[in-house]
Design a protein around this ligand. Structure first.
Ligand code: ADP
Length: 645
């Protein structure tokens, strides 16, 4: 690119270079040029006018053949060499001359300038554009400026701002002009003026207007009315502020909502986990317990859940419930069914169930069931479900049956023991007199043989006496033999278990007598060496006596205490203590005597038999009055099993 004389150009326009984005306009200058000012006024390239500076060149494009030629020459200049440069400089000089020639000091000359291409160009600028002389008079002005001043364009030329604009505005603008002229620098400013009663904002750029000798001869400028844009900006700022504040408020709301949501989600997740855990726990529990766990829905009028143990106990499929809701009842033993049917109906009212019944399994076997139901209430306290457990108690029932059979045996045994004891006592009581009878009878017989009495009369009688006596003796021997043939079968015994069994056996009597049983059984307790049945019998006698004694008391609380403690290394001590009326010293003395009783229907043998049974097994039985409490305590001791091994 050829260089024109910069100084020649500087006199016309000295723009502050601005880097603008490369235009896509086909008429735009080559991209390697630095564009200063570019405005397209017409779509017709022939009518297009533009000014820009690139590489030190001033370019003016337009319909003017001279300018166009200059442009063409400029573009060709690199090929043409120094001659072309000379031509271009000449052309530039011509252009400058032409431009500068329109700059006159007077209104007349200004009118002439208006006729020039420059005036046309300025006219086409949509903003106020002007050239002023050093005194601030408009040498060149355009219609946009005149419109702002509210005067015809012709009236404006040759005038200064004071004649065109309000005083304060004129003052400011002219002061700015003076500043540009004084320091030679461009000036950019934004001012707010009151023009024709309207608030206007002007954005203006002024720069020095220089002659060929670089002397400042005036001011060139453009002023744009940016009021509308500012207002639009302000509106958009306000809108943006408002939007921003709304966004901020909304964001705050969202943050709060988000936090709440997060908390809710966290709580929900927590609950779900807890629920899953509890469901899992429930499932594991319900599906692994041996009892049938069931849930009945009152509203649904059917079983909502039956645990898998049903299939094991009932021997029927859980899925049967889908078609036959009363599947479980169908299996109930015909003898129990009416009762259980009624209990089932009652359960729907009370929410409770506590029944024992038999079921007949498909293979014909019978199982005993203990079925319990408990109400489940909603928040309002209404029973809406019943949860229950059906337990297979067949084994327990069998054990009870066995115990009952044992009790019958025990009763038989107790009668036998009583008989044995009775016989033993009778033998002791009757043996001597019978022996005497036999001796006397034999003496009589001797006398008779000596003929001192009527032999036939006495003989028959005395023989009868002897026979009776001998028969009695025979009976006694026989009974003694029985006692000897029934020795205690001593084995290793858990006394605590034995006591529990006896209490179980006597539970009906205890309940009927409204007696509270308290067990203080030391665990573990050394095993004792004794005859199981005989010790059961002793404990039973003592418990029965206690029950009978307490039945006589009607005011005081009735309590039966059974206690076991190891007495020393070789002995275990048991106590049966009641809260009955007790007895005085006279009774205490005779307590263990056979046939001593204070009861109308008593035999007075229980304690004496008990004592001999305990003593026959190496133990002791004794009684102590409870002091200062009511009642009596019976104690017995028995040897420890290991002690004898
Ligand atoms: P029975 O019970 O047939 O009378 P027992 O030998 O068992 O025969 O008892 C003898 C007597 O001892 C009873 O009649 C009763 O007077 C007294 N006796 C036994 N146990 C108690 C007791 N726990 N409290 C008060 N008196 C008792």
């Amino acid at each position: 690119m050829a260089h024109l004389d910069k100084a020649a150009l500087r006199g016309i326009f000295r723009y502050r270079p601005q880097a603008l984005p490369a235009s896509e306009d086909p008429a735009a200058p080559p991209s390697d040029l630095r564009r200063i000012r570019w405005r397209r006024f017409s779509a017709d390239p022939a009518r297009m006018t533009a000014i820009y500076i690139g590489g030190g060149l001033l370019w003016v494009l337009g319909g003017d053949p001279l300018l166009s030629a200059w442009l063409a020459g400029a573009e060709l200049s690199p090929m043409l060499g120094p001659l072309a440069n000379a031509l271009l400089i000449t052309a530039s000089g011509g252009l400058l001359y032409r431009l500068l020639s329109v700059q006159v000091e007077t209104t007349r000359r200004a009118h002439l300038v208006q006729d020039t291409r420059l005036a046309e160009f300025i006219e086409m600028i949509v903003d106020m554009a002007f050239i002023k002389d050093r005194e601030g008079r408009y040498l060149l002005f355009n219609s946009a400026g005149a419109r702002l001043a509210g005067k015809p364009l012709a009236e404006c030329l040759g005038q200064d701002d004071r004649a065109l604009f309000p005083a304060d505005m004129a003052l400011k603008r002219m002061a700015a002009d003076r500043q540009v002229i004084a320091n030679g620098h461009p000036l950019n400013r934004e001012d707010t003026f009151d023009i024709g009663g309207e608030r206007r904002i002007l954005q203006s750029t002024q720069w020095p207007y220089r002659d060929a000798d670089d002397r400042i001869i005036g001011v060139v400028g453009i002023a744009r009315d940016i009021t509308a844009r500012k207002q639009a900006d302000e509106r958009s700022w306000r809108a943006r502020d408002e939007l921003e504040s709304r966004v901020r408020a909304r964001t705050a709301e969202l943050v709060t909502a988000n936090r709440t949501l997060e908390r809710l989600i966290a709580a929900r997740v927590q609950t779900e986990i807890a629920l899953r855990d509890s469901e899992e726990r429930f499932r594991q529990l319900a599906e692994h317990i041996r009892e049938v766990f069931w849930v009945y829905g009152i509203v649904e009028e059917r079983l909502l859940y039956v645990s898998p143990a049903y299939e094991e106990i009932w021997g029927r499929a859980v899925r049967n419930f889908q078609e036959r809701p009363l599947d479980w009842l169908e299996a109930v033993h015909p003898d129990d069914r009416p009762r259980i049917q009624a209990a089932h109906t009652a359960k729907l009212e009370s929410g409770r169930l506590d029944e024992e019944y038999r079921i007949v399994r498909p293979d014909g076997t019978i199982r005993w069931i203990w079925d319990r139901g408990f109400p489940i209430r909603d928040a309002a306290g209404h029973v809406y479900r019943i949860a229950g457990l059906a337990e297979d108690i067949t084994a327990r029932k069998l054990a009870e049956d066995q115990l009952r059979r044992q009790q019958v045996e025990l009763a038989k045994m107790s009668r036998l023991s009583l008989a044995v004891e009775l016989a033993s006592n009778l033998a002791h009581e009757l043996n001597q007199p019978l022996a005497a009878i036999v001796a006397y009878t034999q003496a009589c017989l001797t006398l008779l043989r000596e003929d001192t009495a009527d032999p036939r009369e006495l003989t028959g009688t005395l023989e009868e006496v002897v026979n009776q006596g001998l028969r009695a003796g025979g009976i006694i021997r026989h009974l003694r033999g029985l006692v000897q043939k029934h020795p205690a079968a001593q084995t290793e015994i858990d006394l605590n278990a034995l006591i529990r069994a006896v209490i179980h056996y006597a539970q009906l009597e205890l309940r009927q007598a409204d007696i509270t049983v308290r067990l203080e059984l030391t665990e573990p307790l050394p095993a004792i060496l004794a005859d199981d049945m005989q010790i059961q019998l002793v404990v039973l006698y003592l418990v029965r006596n206690a029950i009978e004694a307490m039945q006589d008391t009607d005011d005081a609380p009735r309590e039966l205490l059974l206690r076991t403690t190891p007495l020393d290394t070789g002995t275990v001590h048991a106590t049966v203590r009641d809260s009955g009326p007790g007895f005085g010293p006279e009774v205490l003395e005779r307590l263990f005597q056979p046939f001593f009783t204070t009861k109308s229907a008593g035999m007075g043998l229980g304690l004496s038999v008990s004592r001999s049974l305990i003593e026959s097994q190496g133990g002791q039985l004794w009684a102590t009055p409870n002091q200062p409490d009511r009642g009596v305590s019976f104690h017995f001791s028995l040897p420890v099993y290991t002690h004898y091994r």
